[in-house]
Design a protein around this ligand. Structure first.
Ligand code: SF4
Length: 243
């Protein structure tokens, strides 16, 4: 019987060697996230800490790298940690069967779209673990704040997450397409378009799939959104980097 979630991999984080895990969910119950739509979700979690505890104590670096938005840093990450907490508890409770060739074949058959890194940076997990899943699905979106340090082969699948025009230019020069989060009143650069969901909320990532790594497609920018205190932390962060 098809289960909602599967344990894909357990191993050492490529960021700092800590034990981490990759879990895929949404095979039966799709996410209620209106922006991502019906994408399978992927969770990169520490094996030994509840996500909120890890974030509070700075252990989230093992899965988020140097992302400045993480809760242990500027506290502006858009992810609501209650969901990763629940997934972590199910993992610890042994509720996720191992992802096998059978589920991989299903993925290939139905071509479920996948969000690479619903929480955690995809590049913390070896590309060899992801690649069969990415290729079986053929439809994915993903982002990395770790683009300066990771295997450059990731460029073909992920957007570089950036927060300023100079940073976007640096990443683009290295061959990345970029995804830039901007203040609500900021202008787009001439090689960026606004996230399609922000333009029209009938479009979601599962249909749009523009954020799928290097190609001739435009770079993407999106207005910061989410809980007021997170937006406010993000704007403070942007201001601090522009001084
Ligand atoms: S541009 Fe498309 S794929 Fe990228 S975040 Fe917006 S809706 Fe999702």
């Amino acid at each position: 019987m098809l289960r909602n979630g599967y344990l894909v991999w357990e191993g050492a984080s490529l960021i700092d060697g800590s034990p981490i895990v990759l879990i895929l969910t949404g095979f039966v119950n799709p996410t209620s996230n209106r922006k991502t739509g019906r994408q399978l979700q992927s969770w990169i979690l520490l094996q030994n800490y509840v996500p909120t505890y890890a974030a509070k104590h700075g252990f989230d670096r093992s899965i988020c790298g140097d992302c400045p938005l993480k809760l242990s840093e500027t506290g502006s990450c858009y992810v609501n940690l209650l969901t990763p907490n629940n997934i972590y508890r199910s993992y610890i409770g042994g509720n996720y069967p191992k992802f096998s060739e059978k589920e991989l074949a299903l993925l290939q058959h139905y071509r479920y779209p996948i969000r690479l890194g619903s929480y955690g940076d995809p590049t913390a997990v070896p590309l060899e673990v992801w690649e069969p899943i990415i290729l079986a699905s053929g439809k994915y979106t993903g982002y990395s704040h770790n683009w300066r340090n990771t295997n450059s082969l990731w460029k073909q699948y992920l957007m570089a997450s950036v927060h300023s025009i100079p940073e976007a230019k640096e990443a683009q020069k290295q061959g990345w397409r970029t995804f830039r989060i901007i203040a609500p009143d900021a202008q787009l650069s001439n090689n960026e378009i606004l996230c399609r969901h922000t333009e029209d909320d009938r479009i979601d990532c599962s249909k749009c799939l523009l954020c799928d790594g290097s190609s001739t497609k435009p770079n993407i920018a999106d207005k910061v959104h989410g809980l007021n205190w997170k937006v406010s932390n993000f704007l403070k962060y942007l201001e601090s980097t522009s001084n």
